[in-house]
Write a protein that binds this ligand. Sequence first.
Ligand code: PHE
Length: 350
Amino acid sequence: MKEQLEEILAEVQKSVGEIHLRPAFESFKATISGPKGKLTEAMKGMRDVPKEAKPAIGKLINETKQAIEEHYENTLSRIEQAEMAARLGPAIDPTLPAPDRAPGGLHPLTQTRRRVVDIFRKIGFTVAESPELETEWFCFDALNTPDDHPARDAQDTLFLNKETAVTNVSRHGDDPSKEAYVLRTHTSSVQIRTMLAEEPPLRIVAPGRVFRRDTVDATHSANFHQFEGLYIDRNVSVVDLKAVLDHFVREIFGDKVETRLRPSFFPFTEPSFEMDIRSANLGKLSNKWMEIMGCGIVDPEVLKAVGIDSEVWSGYAFGMGIERIAMIQHGIDDIRHFYQNDLRFLKQFA
Ligand code: PHE
């Protein structure tokens, strides 16, 4: 019996190494441990073992069974690994770069903002910034906007709780003053901050976020982006303004663009204009006049408010919506697309 068991174990040891597939393993296992298997048969011999030898043989049987079980387990886990590897395909090389994650792209508004900044930088403008949270003075008073101007109405402008506002503005290094606080309704406040901080001549552009109490629809958003320009020098005229803006629109919308200045009104420019463009090259928007920005000659009252001598210095200013420029560039018909983070939209610009 002892030899029998040793033989069976030896057979198992020898054979399992050659088994690579589950069916082969199962049928081999049956020849050993199945109802008619060699081990099962051998164990039946227990009956004929003399009583005194029974404990020793019983122990041997158990050890043999255990050893055989171990071989089964090892073989099975080897087979399972092979099955898994077969399912995963060719071996993975962990040193390779991560598989094909599409690189990120810039948001269309970021692209348009950068494009606009680049155009003006090339002709000598630098970028200025100032806080989104403003006092009424920077947003309206210094810009010659009367107390009863409709833009200052609580219907149109987001006013802030004063206690919160003071701490926020102080972080930008400003003196908390007596005025009410507003979320700036336009980037024209940057004109004032720049003129107070620097001496003319000045040539700045200021892209930034602005806030209005608007009901959101296809062309309005309570939070959007503007692009301000300010040029202060000696003897500045409408001709200078028109030349720079014509250059800008041709750079951004192409050579075919026609422009016109239409008389308008802003409290901080005099005369004031809306600039319209028309082009044969704008897809669905081709060949119709579209308003793209407000502009004008800086009102002497504004220069006075910031202590610049309007007898010596003059200038022009302009302001446009970055969303609007991007919508015309790409033929986008709803401003809400910019803020919904829908990859199907965003990927078209990446
Ligand atoms: N601030 C104006 C607006 O938001 C635009 C503008 C800027 C007009 C500068 C003239 C000069 O509509």
